[in-house]
Design a protein around this ligand. Sequence first.
Ligand code: FNU
Length: 291
Amino acid sequence: MSVGADVSVRGWGAYFCGANMLLMVRVTFFPSHAEVRWGFRVSFEDRILRAADKNGTRTILALDLEDANASRLLKRSREVLQSVQGLICGVKINRQLVMALGLRAVADSIVKLANDFSLPTIMDAKLNDVGHTNGFMARTYFDMGFDAVIASPIAGWENGLDTVFEAANSRKRSVILLTYMSNPGAETFYSLMAQQPDGHGKPVFEILTDLAVEWKAQGVIVGATQPRVISRVRQLAGPNLPIYSPGVGAQGGDPKAALEAGSTYLIVGRSIYNSSDPAKAAMEFRRPIAT
Ligand code: FNU
């Protein structure tokens, strides 16, 4: 029996299974063979779990370096990624790199490099617009190779995030929803009590957690600065929904407290890339799961 994996074309791929069977499989553009197993795309959840197991870590690198000189920025970003690649389980890109380098350059350099290290990538787009604009952005990020996008549930479903989930589901990619941000000011809105039809109040973040479950999001963002909120979201969402927690280190959150409260992954930027020894800093974030 021979099985083929077509990793570089858009269209239909033909796979021979056994003597006479010809299996036609729809394939889209895969920027790296690291994302493909037997002709099928490996899901974001599986890729990040594998990297977490292999590297013994739950740290996602937020690669947000800033530099007015684009070639120096690209070089330094690649060096940081290279130096910590065996100590992280994913890479999150934000506007710092995309605005300075352009999306295509980020895809061709950083996303590709992450794929070469078998690390999945998240675009921190915080999508929060009407449907056709959200859909365009989600499709573009996915087609540039990102495995997951971050979106804000405040836009609602109909003609809001429906297009983001459509784009993700049809490409086997993932959507992570903001549920409680890590900055101190987040409390103003995310903790607000919203009146329910039965007259009782419910904090906004609990409503957003319920929406993440209802919409089958592949994860939620809850700031590491809020361990009590993390516990509550874990309680409401059950054991399987991944909780991604930014806000450790530079923003004051404690990695151990966040993981003990129920976070699945930590998102860490400045504490790693601003360190004089990024690998040593990334190693420190492995400590809470080793003990
Ligand atoms: P570091 N980020 C955040 N808090 O910090 N996406 C949130 O609630 C959130 C985020 C991002 O502080 C932030 O933009 F939803 O240097 C940055 O990219 O460790 C990263 O997480 C944290 O970076």
